[in-house]
Design a binder for this molecule. Sequence first.
Ligand code: NDP
Length: 414
Amino acid sequence: MEKVVSKSFRNIVENNNQLLSVGFRSPLPPQDYQLIEKLSHQNRIRIPQKFIHAKSSGAFGTLKITHDISKYTKASVLQKGEQTPMLARFSNLTSEKDAADSQREIRGFAMKFYTKEGNWDLVGSNTPVFFIKDPLKFPDLIQTKKRNSHTNIRSNTALWDFYSLTPESLHQITMLMSDRGLPKSLRHINGYGSHTYSLINAKNERFWVKFHFKTAQGIETMTNAEAVITKDRQCNRKDLYESIENGNFPKWKFQIQVMTDNRARNAAFNPFDLTKVWPYTDYPLIDVGEIELNRNPENYFSQIDKLVFCPSNLVPGISLSPDKMLLVNRSLPEVNTFDTDGSMNFSVPKKSDDHYSQPRALFHLMNEYQKYQLFNNIAESMSGVPRDIIDRQLALFEKVYPAYAAGVSKALGA
Ligand code: NDP
């Protein structure tokens, strides 16, 4: 059947070439609803870009469960032998939509599983921790990474001013500034659920859980210098699209860490703190299955870009935890929030907590070359930052490990 032009509500457009007008030189009458609909559709054809996670790539795939974890969860999606259609959306935390892919930045790793019991959204990133553990600081953190309202330029000073007043960010900063902070491609990153969730079994017993997705392609990264010479600004998106198009389907091993209520009560660290990991030796990884991405979207805008996730999209057998960053996703401070443009909120941490031992453990994992990269990536990122802020941050690195502070000082030429 021949296709005819229609409007949104299917009424046929008789003439798509001529305006309705009262006469050749007359103004246009407002009842030309065809014109109004066409123009208003154009105005709304794209949604404003997301404030965070605006730059994205994504693909469809399958979650396969290969191991029996029924003693931890009754979720049908997690039972051995189950195969569930899914979608993964990767994103850069604060880059604008058309920024170059090869930026040192956290990569969002969000997944939607189309389970028999409803959609399960798991919203994580390529690192197991985050900069903050208190949702009230989230808008301030993001503001430091956005353009200054006066200069319209991103400001290293704003970043390091905030970091140096936020010692709980040390763990995430050390990962971000390490080799893993600049992935070579999206196929070569791990995904972490990051937050602590819970699993509930058929007897309604609860277990705390961390979700891990380890890349089967291996971790591969770029140095800052390699990123600068990357000619293709869309290298990550292109790599993912072309790999899938060529039948080279990326895979991730799906594993969990589990903690009982009793161990959580007695753990030396807060298991619900998003700036902390659960040590692998105490909470070993348990095999669950695998995800594979094997189908590119047909319409990128409607299937990936417009996609929304919500951590409250859960299914029976998978639930939340007292992680403050998971339960509260909107802070309600009084008016005068410093929430939009301008200066972020300044506050000096009052409570004492151990912000240092896990970044220290990470630092000790690095070989000399990785440390060299860490020092130089930090020094480069501190370009233009006032001395008092640098000194405040060096004092935090010193608390992690003296050689960390010394290495950054040397790279700064201080
Ligand atoms: P282990 O010593 O048992 O293992 C170290 C892990 O660190 C590796 O398996 C790898 O995790 C990860 N890693 C290595 N280099 C980097 C890097 N540059 N950035 C981010 N992660 C890296 O670890 P522990 O559990 O005893 O913890 C020691 C430190 O390892 C932690 O303080 C934390 O900084 C880091 N780490 C721990 C994770 C955990 O969930 N326990 C997860 C990731 C990092 P992977 O196998 O996930 O690639």
